[in-house]
Write a protein that binds this ligand. Structure first.
Ligand code: SAH
Length: 339
């Protein structure tokens, strides 16, 4: 079976050429066609010999996923993609004053079962292949005719439940001969799959890591996030500390503000205790309402009070800018269906 060429990192392409008795610099030539000139017909790769063009065409495809639907909000755009097997995923483009960022999906559906999140309404159908993540970006760039500067892997799915493909994807978009997105402009967010956080620590990528914490005690976190019953707070925080010690990088703690559930002063104080002394910053996320009607958005006042407690205790904290609510493009609202 032909493989999609966007699954191939530079290293893998180099090995492919070496195995086929060719020089490894052909890999870079191919990448220049794909990512620089955006030429997807191997027979137009004019600096390669005819036989090599034919060989590439026999071994690879450059088939694309498709944009099924596009929704436009004020400074956010949502793309619904149809995959080859007709499954659907979403990605969101955000226009910030500091540049364009894209939030991409890593799985069809999600098995993590966080009680407040829309994306998990559909259980995981399958992992995305690397090319399906790369192509989300290529298609968005084509659509807007601009380059994407930041990528967050925070759409549908748990990226560390599709670890190998996500790491391969990161390596490709970071490669200077591919999309050349700086490592510090890439963020991967996990609900806390500890064994993978440990693996990630050892990779020595300069990519940002975010942990979806959302509750400062096991009792509450286990109610909101089933993953906590497998990796409790103690285990996940130890692994985050080890990551920080190893990489010397600051970790983002995401904390979604659920009215009267996790936004009390006592929760803020428990959070302060939990992260004391750690090189982290807390991102408070105003809850985007979903079909989980048991959860409501915290009021501005409650968010401010929570924020003040953290500030007064010398925690680095910001409140996430709200995006995309009117077109259901905000955090936790993405899903694998169209309306
Ligand atoms: N599975 C990964 C990637 C998803 S990231 C993770 O859990 O980190 C999406 C972020 O948005 C997570 O922090 C998630 O908990 C949060 N989120 C989920 N539902 C939300 C909602 N309705 N409103 C705001 N944030 C939400």
């Amino acid at each position: 079976m032909k493989e999609n060429i966007f699954n191939y990192s530079r290293l893998k392409l180099e090995n492919y050429f070496l195995e086929n008795g060719e020089k490894k610099f052909k890999a870079v030539q191919v990448m220049e066609w794909l990512y620089d000139k955006r030429e997807y017909n191997f027979y137009n790769f004019s600096n390669l010999k005819k036989e090599l063009q034919k060989k590439l065409d026999e071994d690879f495809t450059t088939e694309f996923i498709e944009i099924e639907k596009f929704l436009e909000g004020k400074d956010v755009k949502k793309f619904l993609f149809r995959l080859k097997d007709q499954e659907k995923i979403e990605a969101v483009l955000m226009i910030h004053d500091y540049g364009i960022s894209v939030c991409i999906s890593s799985q069809v559906g999600c098995n993590m079962g966080c009680k407040f999140c829309e994306s998990g309404r559909l259980k995981k159908v399958r992992n995305l292949e690397t090319y399906e993540m790369v192509e989300q970006i290529l298609l968005i760039e084509k659509y807007i005719n601009k380059r994407v500067e930041r990528v967050v892997i925070m759409g549908i799915g748990e990226p560390f439940d599709n670890y190998d493909n996500v790491i391969n994807f990161i390596k490709i978009i970071n490669d200077s001969k591919a999309l050349a997105i700086g490592a510090r402009h890439i963020t991967v967010s996990t609900c806390g799959l500890v064994s993978k956080i440990d693996d990630f620590s050892n990779l020595d990528l300069q990519v940002n890591l975010a942990l979806s914490l959302h509750a400062p005690t096991d009792e509450l976190r286990s109610k909101l996030m089933p993953v906590n019953q497998v990796y409790n707070l103690d285990t996940v925080m130890k692994s985050i500390k080890a990551y920080i010690a190893k990489t010397n990088r600051r970790v983002t703690i995401e904390y979604v503000m659920l009215n009267m559930v996790n936004d009390n002063i006592a929760d803020a104080l428990n959070l302060v205790k939990l992260i004391k002394g750690m090189n982290v910053y807390v991102n408070l996320i105003p809850y985007n309402e979903t079909s989980h009607i048991e959860f409501n958005k915290s009021s501005k006042e409650r968010i401010n009070k929570f924020y003040e407690v953290l500030k007064n205790n010398k925690v680095n904290v910001t409140v996430r800018k709200e995006f995309g609510g009117n077109i259901k493009a905000a955090c936790g609202q993405l899903r694998s269906e169209s309306d």
